[in-house]
Design a binder for this molecule. Structure first.
Ligand code: NAD
Length: 481
C-alpha cells in the first residue's frame, strides 16, 4: 500500500487537502494504495515552481537539456520490467501489452533527445537588398498535460519530453485511476537530475483540471481522454487564450475486402478488437466485411475470440486482462444490453465470463454482435471494452460511406491484397490514422498522433514535429546592418 504525493519544485509533497482515492488492482481486487485528490492550492504551488524554474531552464543549452533525457532513457531501460509490471498492476492490461506501451513511451524520450536539430529555425539572406530574415524557436513558459487511464506510462510521454526539451517547464496531471506508473517515471526523472521545478506532478481529478485551465501562469495544455471532456477542455482553454491540443475518443472501423489474407486479417483484427480489453483509442470496434469476406471472416473471428484466455496479466498464458474498474465494467455491460435492445444479434456474449482464480476482477469476456446499424447506440458510441460488431457491405464504396457516417475519425484500417483498393481507401477516407493490413495503426514518436472530427480538437497533434510546433513560438528577426 502506497500513499502517493505530488512532486512540486523537485520535492515530494503532501496535497493541501486530505482527500484521497483508494485504488485496487483491476484483475485481483488487491489494494494498491491511495492517490491524492489535489485542489487549486496544489496547482498554484506547481505553477509557481514551474515559473520559477522556467527562466533558468530556458537558458540551458538544448544539447544539455537533451543529456538529462538521455540519462532518463537509460534509467527507464534499467527499470523497464518494473515499469511494465506497474502498468499491468494498475491498469489490467497483459504484461506483453504493458511492455509494448512502455517501449512506446521510451521512444518519445529518445525522439526528444534530438532536440538540438528538431528545434532549429531557418534563415534567408537578402529578403530585400541587404536585409536578412530568420526565425528561431523559443519556449513559451509553463505547459501542462491531462492524461487518461488506458496508457498510464505511454501517454504522458507524448508530451512532457518535448515540452521540457524545448525549454518549457511542465505540470503533469495523470489519470487518478492509474497514477503509479507516471509517478514511477517522475521518480526516475528526479534521479536523472532534471532540475527542480522543470517537471512537476499534481495528482487529482476534475478540480485539478479546472484549476489548470483557469490558471493565467500556464501557456498551453494537452489533453487526452474522452470526447466530451476533450471538447470541454478545448473550449475552456480557448476562452483563456491558451494553446491547446485535445485528443478525444474513437469508434474505429476496420474494412475487410474479399481478397484479404484471411489468416492474417483475423489474427490482426482480433488483436485490434480485444487487445487491452478494447481499451485503446486505436482499437477496432466495427468490422466492415465486404462481399464474400463476410461469412468466413465472421466465423473465424468468433473462433479467435473464443481462444482468448482471460486473467491477471502478470500470469503466464493470459491473453486478455480485465477492464479498468467496476464502474467501467458496468458501462461496458450497459452497452451490450443497449445493443441487444436495439435489435442487434449477440453472437458471443462475454457478460457472464468469470476468472475463477480472481473472483474480484473486472472481467468482461470478448463479445461480438452482428447486424449492428450505424444509428444504433452501439453503432455510433465509443464502448471502450471488448465488444465488437461485424457488419456487411457490398463493396469498398459502401464501406467508406459507413466510416464517414461516424462522428469520430481517429483510426481506420483496410485488409486487402489489392494495391488499388488500398490506395483508393487511404486517398478518400476522412480519418487521420490509417492502417493497411495493420489492425492498430499507431504512429511512432516521430510521426503525428491524433484524429479529426469528434476525436480531436485543435490543430497541432501529439508528438512528431507537431509537438515542436506546439511547444515553441517562431520568433522572426529581420535585420539590416
Ligand atoms: P476521461 O475523459 O474520463 O479522463 C481523462 C482525463 O480527464 C483524466 O485525467 C480525468 O481526471 C480528467 N477528467 C475526467 N472527467 C473530467 C471532467 N468532467 N472535467 C475535467 N476533467 C475530467 O477519459 P478516460 O476514461 O481516462 O480515458 C479513456 C478515453 O480516452 C477514451 O475515450 C479513449 O478513446 C480516449 N483516449 C484517446 C486517445 C487519443 O489518442 N485520441 C488516446 C488514449 C485514450
Amino acid at each position: 500500500m502506497k500513499t502517493l504525493r505530488n512532486y512540486i519544485g523537485g520535492e515530494w509533497v503532501a496535497p493541501s487537502s486530505a482527500e484521497y482515492l483508494d485504488l485496487t488492482n483491476p484483475a485481483t481486487g488487491e489494494q494498491l494504495g491511495k492517490v491524492p485528490l489535489s485542489g487549486v492550492r496544489d496547482v498554484d504551488a506547481a505553477v509557481a515552481a514551474a515559473q520559477a524554474a522556467y527562466l533558468k531552464w530556458r537558458e540551458v543549452p538544448p544539447v544539455v537539456r537533451a543529456r538529462y533525457l538521455f540519462k532518463l532513457k537509460f534509467l527507464m531501460e534499467e527499470q523497464f520490467e518494473d515499469l511494465a509490471a506497474t502498468v499491468t498492476r494498475e491498469n489490467g492490461k497483459t504484461l506483453a501489452e504493458a511492455r509494448g506501451s512502455v517501449r512506446r513511451g521510451i521512444e518519445n524520450v529518445e525522439h526528444a533527445c534530438g532536440i538540438p536539430t528538431l528545434m532549429m529555425g531557418k534563415t534567408l539572406e537578402d529578403v530585400a537588398a541587404g536585409i536578412d530574415c530568420e526565425y528561431v524557436r523559443q519556449p513559451l513558459g509553463v505547459f501542462a498535460a491531462i492524461t487518461p487511464f488506458n496508457f498510464p506510462a505511454m501517454v504522458p510521454c507524448w508530451f512532457w519530453p518535448y515540452a521540457i526539451a524545448t525549454g518549457n517547464t511542465f505540470i503533469l496531471k495523470p489519470s487518478e485511476q492509474v497514477p503509479f506508473s507516471p509517478t514511477r517515471i517522475i521518480e526516475l526523472a528526479h534521479e536523472a537530475g532534471i532540475p527542480a521545478g522543470v517537471l512537476n506532478l499534481v495528482h487529482g481529478a476534475k478540480d485539478v483540471v479546472n484549476a489548470l485551465l483557469a490558471h493565467p501562469g500556464i501557456s498551453g495544455l494537452s489533453f487526452v481522454g474522452s470526447s466530451p471532456v476533450a471538447k470541454y477542455v478545448y473550449q475552456e482553454d480557448g476562452k483563456y487564450g491558451k494553446r491547446v491540443q485535445a485528443l478525444g475518443g474513437a469508434k474505429n472501423h476496420v474494412i475487410v475486402m474479399p481478397d484479404a489474407d484471411m489468416d492474417r486479417a483475423v489474427a490482426n483484427i482480433s488483436e485490434s478488437l480485444f487487445g487491452c480489453a478494447g481499451q485503446r483509442c486505436l482499437a477496432g470496434s466495427v468490422v466492415v466485411a465486404a462481399g464474400k469476406a463476410y461469412e468466413p471472416f465472421r466465423e473465424r473471428l468468433l473462433s479467435a475470440a473464443k481462444d482468448l484466455r482471460l486473467g491477471y496479466g502478470l500470469e503466464p498464458g493470459v491473453t486478455m486482462g480485465p477492464v479498468v474498474s467496476a464502474k467501467h465494467k458496468e458501462k461496458v455491460l450497459s452497452y451490450v444490453e443497449a445493443g441487444r435492445k436495439d435489435g442487434a444479434t449477440l453472437l458471443l456474449d462475454g457478460r457472464a465470463t468469470k476468472v475463477e482464480k480472481h473472483p474480484r476482477g473486472h472481467f468482461v469476456g470478448p463479445t461480438v454482435f452482428d447486424g449492428v446499424q450505424p444509428d444504433m447506440t452501439i453503432g455510433k458510441e465509443e464502448i471502450f471494452g471488448p465488444v465488437a460488431s461485424v457488419t456487411h457491405v457490398s463493396n469498398l464504396d459502401e464501406g467508406i460511406e459507413l466510416v464517414h457516417r461516424s462522428g469520430f475519425a481517429n483510426a481506420t484500417s483496410i485488409f486487402t491484397q489489392s494495391g488499388k483498393a488500398a490506395r483508393e481507401f487511404r486517398y478518400r477516407v476522412g480519418v487521420s490514422m490509417i492502417g493497411v493490413n495493420i489492425g492498430v495503426a499507431a504512429p511512432m514518436a516521430f510521426f503525428p498522433f491524433g484524429g479529426t472530427k469528434g476525436s480531436f480538437f485543435g490543430d497541432l497533434k501529439a508528438h512528431g514535429q507537431d509537438s515542436i510546433e506546439f511547444y515553441t513560438d517562431k520568433k522572426v528577426v529581420i535585420s539590416r546592418w
